[in-house]
Design a protein around this ligand. Structure first.
Ligand code: DAH
Length: 332
């Protein structure tokens, strides 16, 4: 019987070595491991073994059964794993694209300012959103009783001794730039501003402006006009046809103007206001230690949301901040 078990072991080892599919493994199980299989068959005949040989043959038989069962289990596990792997990986399936985000329309508009004014030689600067009364008003030539300082418009910070406030415009950045840089200086300052205003479809209490400032010898009103017209022509890609500078008033510029452009759209033509501008007031230059006899400058301030509304044909400013992905996707 020893030889018989030895032969069976060799057969089993050879068969196991060739098994590559679960069908082959199943055939192996039916041949050797079931009740009527080869192993059960020798086990049944073990009772006829002479008692003296029983310990040795019993050991040999047990080892073979253990070996066959263990290898069977191992093969079954590894075939299941590779089957699961082969069914979950379908190489013919089309790939799934991860949803792509886009820059927010307000960020895109600011990027446009940076790109276009960058091409005109303007650098980008920054200023604090918490300002003091001096930079936001005094240094910009606001009279002490100017209505813009009114509690209705300005958010003052509670309990601040230094008259701290949330800047109502980006113009205080002009003061900081002129006090730290020597002319010639050419900057734009994009940033968030705050006003204590009722919110409606065209007004928010918190919005973005881009300030522009150019100070040098011989800067003229013609430079201002040429620069702003070149900007909107580039920004609106030729959808603007006529320009007008409407006389206006800002304490920090003289003369001051509102810059309007004539838009031609599907609904006809309309004059639309881009923002305020003017020649930097001599008092402002003086407040910053720049000699107004030697230097002149122009400045402008544009509302970013307003331009983004015009660019995208949107009539409700709140759409920008509801962050409805469907809207944001359309505006990308
Ligand atoms: N600061 C003004 C505002 O918030 C906008 C403005 C007007 C800025 C004229 C300027 C300017 O630099 O020259 O309404």
């Amino acid at each position: 019987m020893t030889e018989e078990i030895e032969r069976l072991r060799r057969d089993i080892e050879n068969e196991l070595a060739d098994i590559a599919t679960s069908e082959e493994l199943e055939a192996f199980r039916l041949k050797h491991l079931v009740k009527k299989g080869s192993l059960a068959d020798v086990t049944k005949r073990f009772k006829d073994v002479p008692p003296a040989d029983k310990p040795a043959i019993g050991k040999q038989l047990n080892e073979l059964r253990q070996f066959a069962n263990t290898r069977f289990q191992e093969l079954q596990n590894s075939l299941q794993v590779s089957k699961a792997a082969s069914t979950s990986l379908d190489l013919s399936l089309a790939g799934r694209k991860p949803p792509l985000g886009t820059a927010h329309p307000i960020s895109q508009m600011i990027d446009e300012f940076v790109r276009i004014f960058g091409s005109f030689g303007f650098d980008v600067a920054d200023g604090p959103e918490i300002e003091d009364d001096y930079h936001n008003f005094d240094a910009l030539n606001f009279a002490p009783n100017h209505p813009a300082r009114d509690m209705q418009d300005t958010f003052f910070l509670a309990d601040s001794d230094e008259n701290l406030l949330l800047r109502t415009h980006t113009s205080p950045a002009q003061i900081r730039l002129m006090r730290t840089c020597k002319p010639p200086l050419r900057f734009i300052v994009p940033g968030r501003v705050y006003r204590n205003e009722a919110i409606d479809s065209t007004h928010l209490a918190e919005f973005y402006q881009v300030e522009g400032l150019y100070v040098d010898r011989n800067v003229s009103l013609a430079d201002l006009k040429g620069t702003l017209i070149a900007f909107v022509e580039e920004l609106f890609e030729g959808r603007t046809t006529k320009y007008r500078f409407r006389p206006s008033f800002f304490p920090f510029t003289e003369p001051s103007a509102e810059f309007d452009v004539l838009f031609s759209g599907s609904k006809g033509e309309a004059w639309l206001e881009m923002g305020g501008c003017g020649m930097v007031h001599p008092n402002v230059l003086q407040n910053c230690g720049i000699d107004p006899e030697e230097y002149t400058g122009f400045a402008f301030g544009f509302g970013v949301e307003r331009l983004a509304m015009l660019k995208h044909g949107i009539d409700n400013i709140r759409l920008f901040y509801e962050n409805d992905v469907r809207v944001l996707r359309q505006l990308s």
